[in-house]
Write a protein that binds this ligand. Sequence first.
Ligand code: PRP
Length: 177
Amino acid sequence: MIKEVEKILISKDEIKGIVKKIADRINEDYKGKQVVLLVILKGSLLFASDLMRYLDVDVTIDFMQVSSYGSGTVSGELKILKDAQTDLNGKNVIITEDIVDSGNTLSMLNDLLQKRGANTEICSMLSKPARREKDVYIKYCGIEIPDEFVIGYGMDYDERFRNLPYIGILKKEVYGG
Ligand code: PRP
C-alpha cells in the first residue's frame, strides 16, 4: 500500500469478484445481441478493460470523455472532450463508468445518448449514494461506497494514482480535506 492511502476499501481480489458478477449479468441480459461498451475516459479505463475480458456477447467498444459543470439547482452543462466515433443510433449501449457521485455527468450523458437514438444502460463500478443530486438508474452497479475520497483502479487525485490495482481511501492530508 502506498503512503497516501489511508486504507484499502476494495482489494484487487474483491474487484475481480465484483467485475465478474457484473459480466455474468450482462452476458445473460444481452445473450444473442450486439452491444457497444462505451468507455467513459479516463476513470473507467481499468474497469472497462477488465469487464470486457469476461464478456462473451458480441461486443464492440467506443470511447467518450466528458465533464460536467453545475450542480444542484444550477442547470448543468455537459462538455464533450472526446466524442464517440461510431453511430450509436439504434445500438445497445452500456455506458461504463468508474463512479457515480452526484449523478450529474451520467444523467446528462444518458439523456444525450438517448437523444441520439441509443438504447442505453448504465454500468458503474462504484456508486456514492450520499452525494447524489440527480436520480440515475444504474442497472449494473458494482458496489455502493461511503462518502470518502477514493483513488485507484482508474480513479485519480490530480491525475495521480489511477494505476493502483485496488480502490483505496486517500488520506485527508493529501487533499487538505
Ligand atoms: C468522474 C467519473 C464520472 C464523474 C462522476 O469523472 O468518472 O464521470 O466524475 O461524477 P458525478 O456523478 O458527480 O457527475 P472525472 O470528471 O473525475 O474525470 P476522469 O474520469 O477523467 O477522472
